[in-house]
Design a protein around this ligand. Structure first.
Ligand code: CP3
Length: 346
């Protein structure tokens, strides 16, 4: 079955598009009162992620309510640590918390390589969501990039500095590589399963890219992202891949060599300089500061049109520079999406 709206896929592959396509990181969930209404009736976040019916409903809500050009599967990057044997809790208004963390070789050896039986609930959610979407728009699958997953597995929770995770890189580089390779193997299995089940495109989130030095980023992060892109392109050459490395402006030139189609930019990154670094053979995605959506409509319109003009009409997918914040009003998000969809390049 062909997609009725395939603008995002075409933009990712560098084909001409009639208008700029748009989706928003963290569109599935908290900003929608419709999500909060169902969420308050159900249990914790992890139970929600494990309920295919709920995940399906929350994935589709932004397509209906916000008018975005893609759905993203409602899940979390922490599915992978759990599937490898490190379970976590999502602590209300605090974030993820792991009871067990990684300290030494035996901890790493105790971890499994994730495979279908460990994350079958995500695949069930994808199946159901594809069915309910009925090919209206593409469904985006995702995973955390290995370094970001490593950071949570070693640190055990969110952190401003991730100093425990960085300490591990400095003091135990060989063990770090062993752990990163295990995460990479798990992620390749996971993303291949997602594509086989129906996701139309993939995004890797490297949310903690920006806390590494440029040399560390090359050695401990990009090397593994590169393995994932190569493996996916080998098995699924037609599925577009986006790599979003938050804060990694210093790595954009190197990222242009990745076997991926799109590079996500955060709002710190200059559009002009990023295009020079990445070159013309990849699509760019981003990069509005989500905080713009706290301002009035006139400001939203002015700044959004400036962004659209700077990126230009081709090889571009509009998005934010990071996820939506939970207290952003839904009307402002709709206005942002509308502004993008109505914009005409002269
Ligand atoms: O983008 C989407 O709308 C799809 C769903 C999605 C979620 N998490 C749902 C979620 C996606 C793509 C993610 C990715 C994710 N998860 C990342 C990478 C992107 C980023 O934001 O940098 C990271 C680092 C995580 C880990 C995570 N999950 C944290 C740190 C937290 C708690 C803090 C927070 O932002 O709420 C979560 C919880 C989470 N993941 C929620 C949602 C909707 C909130 C849970 C709730 O309803 O209380």
């Amino acid at each position: 079955m062909t997609l009725k709206n395939d603008l995002i896929i075409r933009a990712a592959l560098g084909e001409k598009v009639e208008r700029t396509p748009v989706w928003l990181m963290r569109q599935a969930g908290r900003i929608l009162p419709e999500y909060r209404a169902i969420r308050s009736k159900m249990g914790g976040f992890i139970e929600l992620v494990k309920s295919p019916e709920f995940a399906c409903e929350v994935s589709i809500q932004p397509v209906d309510i916000l008018g975005v050009d893609a759905a993203i599967i409602f899940s979390d990057i922490l599915v992978i640590p759990e599937a490898m044997g490190l379970s976590y809790k999502m602590v209300e208004s605090k974030g993820p918390w792991f009871e067990k963390t990684i300290h030494n070789l035996s901890d790493i050896e105790a971890l499994g390589i994730a495979s279908e039986e460990n994350y079958s609930y995500v695949l069930d959610a994808i199946k159901l969501t594809k069915k309910e979407l009925n090919n209206r728009v593409p469904l985006i699958g995702f995973a955390g990039a290995p370094w970001t997953i490593f950071a949570y597995m070693v640190e055990g929770s969110g952190s401003k500095t991730f100093s425990q995770a960085k300490k591990f890189l400095y003091t135990q580089p060989e063990l770090s590589h062993r752990l990163l390779q295990k995460i990479t193997d798990s992620t390749i299995n996971y993303l291949r399963s997602q594509i086989n089940t129906g996701t139309d495109m993939i995004q890797l989130f490297d949310s903690w890219a920006g806390i590494l030095s440029s040399a560390q980023y090359t050695e401990f992060a990009l090397a593994y992202i590169s393995k994932i892109c190569d493996a996916l392109k080998k098995s699924h050459p037609n599925t577009p891949i986006t790599v979003f490395a938050k804060g990694a402006f210093f790595a954009l030139k190197e990222m242009s060599d990745l076997n991926c189609d799109t590079i996500g930019l955060d709002w710190n990154m200059s559009i002009k300089h990023s295009r020079v670094d990445v070159g013309n053979n990849k699509t760019l995605q981003g990069n509005m500061d989500p905080c713009l959506l706290y301002s009035d409509n006139a400001t939203i319109k002015k700044e959004t049109e400036k962004m659209l003009f700077e990126f230009g009409p081709n090889r571009y997918i509009a998005n934010l520079g990071h996820g939506l914040y939970p207290d952003i009003e839904k009307e402002k998000v709709i206005y942002f999406v509308e502004t993008i969809k109505n914009y005409k390049h002269s």
